[in-house]
Design a protein around this ligand. Structure first.
Ligand SMILES: [Zn+2]
Length: 320
């Protein structure tokens, strides 16, 4: 390296100066405005591991060993992620067969509420049912219709996305407060008797005090490998602005599975929440050929589907 000419020295000095300015600006930004941190990235593969692990525990229908194990594991995970966790127990009369002809039986249910971030009340509720259907009443094989389903999509998929969100909340706390709520006793209803479904959310909604959140997002059957999410009818009719907001976010993050057209009404856990005055959108792909069959397995679900939904939730919670 030989000596520098005058010209070279000037360029070097000005470039050093520029770098210095840029560097001090960066330092200033990081110290003065920690909120400028990038939003975390949602990892569909990691979420899919949670889907898989739930199915491995066996069917999670109320009263089963899998149900108990799953509930314990959710609680443990949320606590590990720094949440304040609460079990909300209740009793309800539940059908003992899918056609609802046999007498009902009193059962105990448990919702799990995990509180992340700071605030007296939640800004957002993110929810899903964790119980699985005790009967495969849509299975092609009539001999197996009274056996419980694996519930990879119908049960595990929504919860999987929320368990992954909990990991992100642990790494980067949400700007406000976010409550994750896992509902029990969603899927023990009898056909033709809507009110016999969604018993955990009904209990939660009736016992929800204090200010309503800005909005709630319900996830149900969002793991389908061929995912298509329309604007579910009740969400669109009773929480139009909130529903549009969430679909706008989906467009921003290019979640192609979302399409902003009004779909069929689905009686789901969002109905009791809507009745209680909580704006709720149900993200659901009800067009799933393996619904309530023994083929509701991980092979019919995909990490990419979970990832699209997760990206929308990240945008909702953390903004741009
Ligand atoms: Zn179901």
């Amino acid at each position: 390296m030989d000596h520098l000419s005058v010209h070279d020295r000037t360029t070097l000095a000005s470039s050093l100066l520029k770098r210095g300015v840029v560097l001090s600006l960066l330092v200033l930004l990081l110290t003065v405005a920690p909120g400028f941190a990038q939003p975390p990235t949602f990892d569909g593969t990691s979420a899919f591991t949670f889907l898989y692990k739930q199915v491995e525990m066996g069917p999670r229908n109320p009263g089963s060993e899998g149900h108990k194990r799953a509930l314990d594991s959710y609680r443990e995970w949320f606590e590990q992620c720094g949440a304040l966790v609460r079990r909300q127990s209740f009793t309800a009369d539940v059908h003992t067969s899918p056609e609802g002809s046999s007498p009902k039986q009193e059962m105990r249910g448990t919702n799990l509420i995990a509180q992340f971030g700071k605030g007296r009340s939640a800004d957002y509720l993110l929810c899903a049912h964790f119980d699985t259907r005790p009967w495969a009443d849509e299975d092609p094989d009539p001999k197996r219709r009274m056996e419980p389903i694996p519930g990879a999509n119908d049960g595990a998929s929504g919860v999987a996305v929320l368990l992954e969100m909990a990991r992100l909340f642990a790494e980067q706390p949400p700007p406000g407060r976010v409550d994750i709520v896992l509902f029990d006793l969603e899927d023990s209803g009898a056909s033709g008797d809507n009110e016999s479904y969604c018993l955990g959310s009904a209990y939660y909604a009736k016992n929800h005090y204090g200010p309503a959140p800005i909005g709630a997002v319900l996830l149900d059957m969002i793991g389908d490998a061929e995912l298509e999410i329309p604007m579910e009818w009740f969400s669109w009719a009773y929480a139009p602005e909130w529903t549009k907001h969430v679909f706008d976010l989906a467009e921003e993050v290019e979640a192609g599975a979302f399409y902003p057209e009004v779909g069929d009404p689905v009686y789901d856990d969002h109905v009791p929440l809507l009745r209680a005055g909580i704006p709720t959108v149900d993200l659901i792909d009800f067009n799933y050929p393996h619904w309530h069959t023994h083929n509701d397995v991980p092979e019919n679900c995909a990490p990419e589907s979970l990832e699209q939904v997760g990206r929308v939730l990240v945008r909702l919670v953390y903004g741009e």
